[in-house]
Design a protein around this ligand. Structure first.
Ligand SMILES: [Mn+2]
Length: 424
């Protein structure tokens, strides 16, 4: 972990400027009838989960270029996630991936407590074969033609729930790579029937206070069809399963130009929005850093979320899910968590009454302008103030670089080829 004195030193050099910027923005927002302190408090209370696999360097289909000091296993990953939370104060929870992160529950809990974290949703993995596994997932898992393979996939998901219960998680996220690569390879109707039958068995094992999230993905690793390809199919699944089942929206799992904020609105409308995997993309499931390509789209998603705040039962889970190929994963996750908070803060600035009025009057220009006004506002002083007041760094990336953490862990952690860095 990073010394608190280093964070204090780093902040000391920046605090006066921050206070001046915060006051200036506060005066501007005041003229718009907005209390900057109220926005800061909401931002401070907003957290996004870090994926354990995100702290390892990712790769493409072509190669992986490991960085120095990569985590060797789940306990190193938790150390890195602890540093992200220590500096950024926006990521209080970690989402584990089984079997990559399998370890005794007591040890996981003790480590999480040591580094100041709690556990978010559990992620099952039936898209690759694990050592010693009886049946291969090469041709599918929960929707496989072979009953024994489906049973194995169900069993694995139930085991994820069991591990999750022992460490205080309250949700299971299922993403399956099942599908087909050639027209005619599978009977798409029967395959979906088999999937539904299997996922119902998982749902039956869900504790009463848990939620089940299913994640749709349009393509990859199956390139012709996937069994849960889009939000419509995902919604049908959540409907079939019951009231503890919700749809998870991974921003990268859609065709280019798809109106994701409208999907979010639809799922909210029918009480089935489970949460998000945040990332960004230019072409497909690029798994780029959140807000790196299209921060306006991220803002528009948050515009829907803020509009729905306070509705009964509305409690989406938020997690980052991205792959870091050319950056230090800790820096990318720190900066992505800030981007998510930025979009949230900007969405909080929308004058919803005015927007509603423009919509009722069909004043398209003014309605779009109201959103743009919020999006154009530089909310950085709000984010930085929330971080500093929570004990984090005003400039987390600068503090991280000044800490020498990466060089230090590089000495302790010999290079490994793969410790469960993946793209989901
Ligand atoms: Mn995902």
């Amino acid at each position: 972990m990073i010394e608190d004195t280093l964070i204090a030193q780093q902040n000391e050099a920046r605090e006066a400027d921050l206070r001046s910027d915060y006051d200036a923005l506060g005066a501007q927002l005041d003229r718009r009838g907005i209390s900057i302190d109220a926005i800061r408090d909401k931002v401070a209370a907003y957290g996004v989960a870090v994926p354990s696999w995100g702290v390892g360097t990712g790769g493409t289909r072509f190669a992986r270029f490991p960085g120095a000091g990569e985590p060797r296993g789940v306990f190193d990953k938790l150390d890195d996630c602890g540093v992200i939370q220590q500096l950024g104060r926006a990521t209080p929870t970690v989402s584990l991936h089984i079997p990559w992160d399998k370890a005794p529950a007591a040890d996981l809990k003790a480590k999480a407590e040591e580094v100041g974290l709690a556990f978010d949703a559990m992620n099952s993995n039936t898209f690759q074969d694990s050592e010693g596994q009886a049946h291969s997932y090469k041709f599918g898992s929960l929707s496989h033609t072979d009953a024994a393979t489906r049973a194995q996939a169900v069993e694995h998901n139930l085991e994820c729930i069991e591990i999750g219960q022992a460490i205080g998680s309250k949700a299971l996220t299922i993403w399956v790579g099942d599908g087909s690569n050639f027209p005619g390879q599978t009977d798409m109707g029967r395959q979906f029937d088999r999937y539904l039958d299997a996922v119902k068995q998982v749902y039956a094992g869900l504790p009463g206070d848990w939620r089940l999230f299913t994640e749709h993905k349009m393509f990859e690793p199956a390139f012709y069809s996937t069994v849960v390809q889009d939000w419509g199919t995902n919604y049908l699944i959540a409907q079939e399963l019951g009231e503890q089942a919700f749809c998870l929206v991974d921003l990268g799992h859609h065709a280019p130009n798809v109106n994701i904020e409208m999907i979010v609105s639809r799922l909210i409308r029918f009480g089935k929005l489970g949460g998000f995997h945040f990332n960004d993309s230019k072409y497909g499931d690029d798994d780029l850093d959140t807000g790196a390509i299209d921060p306006f789209r991220l803002f528009l998603v948050f515009n829907e979320l803020v509009a729905a705040e306070g509705a009964p039962g509305f409690d989406p889970a938020h997690m980052l899910d991205q792959s870091h190929n050319v950056t230090d994963p800790i820096e990318s996750l720190l900066s992505s968590a800030m981007e998510v908070r930025r979009a949230y803060a900007q969405a909080l600035l929308v004058d919803r009454e005015a927007l509603h009025g423009y919509q009722e009057e069909n004043d398209a220009l003014m309605a779009a302008g109201e959103l743009k006004r919020a999006f154009r506002t530089d909310v950085e002083p709000i984010l930085a103030m929330a971080r500093m007041q929570a004990g984090g760094a005003i400039d987390p990336i600068a503090a991280f670089r000044a800490s020498g953490y990466r060089a230090k862990v590089a000495q302790e952690r010999p290079a490994v080829s793969g410790a469960g860095g993946g793209i989901v």
